[in-house]
Design a protein around this ligand. Structure first.
Ligand code: MLT
Length: 305
C-alpha cells in the first residue's frame, strides 16, 4: 500500500487516479511515500523517512523546498499547462476590470441601492458617465513570459483586436510554435515596455525574476500603463509599484497576490489568488499531479519533474 498525504484540498478527479486498493490517501496519513499539495507552504515541512515524491497541483513550485528535496532524493512534480486556460481567462478579465471600472461601477450601484430614498434605475444615468474607461480593441498588450499561459494570453488578446508584443529570454521552439504569427516577439523587454498599454507577466518566480517589474522597468513603460500580475507576488516590487501608482505613471495594477500594503494602495485591484480557481483547472491539475505520483511510485516513471 502506498501512502499519499494531501496538504490541501485536492479535487476528487485527482484522488480518483489513486485507486483505494493500492493507495491510502488523506491529510492524516503518516510516514507518507508521496505528497499532493496545492499552495501550502512546505519550507518548514519535516520530511518523513518514506517520502519519495511531492506533486504540486499547479505550475509554480516556489512553495516547495526544492534544494532540500534534491538533497534527500525526493522528486518534485508540477502540472505545467493544466491551469493555463483558467489563468488566461482571468487575465482577460483583469484587463477589462483595469480598463472599464466594472468593479467601481458595480460597487456604486450597490451603494445606491443601500442609500435610503435613492431610485437605482434613475441613478443609472449618473453612474453611466462616472465609470468611463478605454476599450482593449487596438490597444497594445505586452506579455512577459511566453510559456503555456503567456502564449494563450497572447492569442486571446489578438482575438480581442489588440496588438500583442511578447518577450521571453528562454523561448523554446515548442512555445514559439504555439504563438500566433501576429505576435511581435521582441528580444529586449524594453521594446515591449515602450509600446504597451497593458503589461502582463507570466514567468516563474526565482532569484533571477524577483522584482522583475521594479522602478527601472516602470520608468521604461508608457505613462498610464496598466500592469497585471497573476503569476507570483515577488515578480513585482510592491514599493516601486505603489510609488508609480501614486504618481499616476501606472494607471491601474491588478494583482492576484495581495498583502496589507499593496491592497490599500491607490488604483490597485487585488484578488485572492484566483488564477487557477475554476473547477476545470482544479480537476486538470489534481488529475495530472496524482497521475505523476502514481507513475513514479508504482513504475518509477518520471514526467514533468
Ligand atoms: C500555479 O502555480 O499554477 C497556481 O498557483 C496554482 C494554484 O492556484 O494553486
Amino acid at each position: 500500500m502506498y501512502r499519499i498525504k494531501t496538504l490541501n484540498k485536492i479535487s476528487s478527479a485527482g484522488l480518483a487516479r489513486l485507486d483505494q486498493t493500492r493507495f491510502q490517501v488523506g491529510n492524516d496519513v503518516e510516514n507518507e511515500d508521496g505528497i499532493l499539495v496545492r499552495s501550502a507552504a512546505m519550507h518548514d515541512y519535516e520530511f518523513p523517512q518514506a517520502l519519495r515524491a511531492i506533486a504540486r497541483a499547479g505550475a509554480g513550485t516556489n512553495n516547495i523546498p526544492i534544494d532540500r528535496c534534491s538533497e534527500n532524493g525526493i522528486v518534485v512534480f508540477n502540472t505545467p499547462g493544466a491551469n493555463a486556460n483558467a489563468v488566461k481567462e482571468l487575465v482577460v478579465a483583469a484587463m477589462l476590470i483595469a480598463s472599464r471600472d466594472i468593479m467601481g461601477g458595480a460597487k456604486w450601484v450597490q451603494e445606491q441601492a443601500n442609500t435610503e430614498g435613492v431610485d437605482v434605475a434613475a441613478a443609472v444615468e449618473k453612474g453611466k458617465s462616472a465609470f468611463v474607461g478605454p476599450e482593449l480593441y487596438k490597444k497594445t498588450l505586452g506579455v512577459i513570459g511566453l510559456g503555456a499561459i503567456g502564449a494563450l494570453v497572447c492569442n486571446a488578446a489578438l482575438e480581442l483586436g489588440m496588438d500583442v508584443y511578447g518577450y521571453d529570454p528562454f523561448l523554446s521552439v515548442d512555445a514559439a510554435l504555439r504563438l500566433d504569427r501576429h505576435v511581435h516577439v521582441v528580444k529586449d523587454v524594453n521594446e515591449l515596455y515602450k509600446v504597451a498599454d497593458y503589461v502582463t507577466i507570466h514567468v516563474p518566480f526565482n532569484n533571477d525574476t524577483k522584482d522583475f517589474i521594479n522602478a527601472e522597468a516602470i520608468s521604461k513603460m508608457k505613462g498610464q500603463v496598466r500592469v497585471l500580475n497573476l503569476a507570483r507576488g515577488g515578480l513585482v516590487n510592491d514599493d516601486d509599484m505603489i510609488e508609480a501608482l501614486n504618481s499616476g505613471r501606472v494607471a491601474k495594477y491588478v494583482t492576484d497576490f495581495p498583502d496589507n500594503k499593496i491592497t490599500t494602495a491607490k488604483n490597485v485591484i487585488a484578488l485572492p489568488h484566483l488564477g487557477a480557481s475554476t473547477p476545470e483547472s482544479e480537476e486538470n491539475c489534481a488529475a495530472m499531479a496524482a497521475q505523476e505520483l502514481r507513475d513514479y511510485l508504482v513504475n518509477g516513471n518520471i514526467t514533468n519533474s
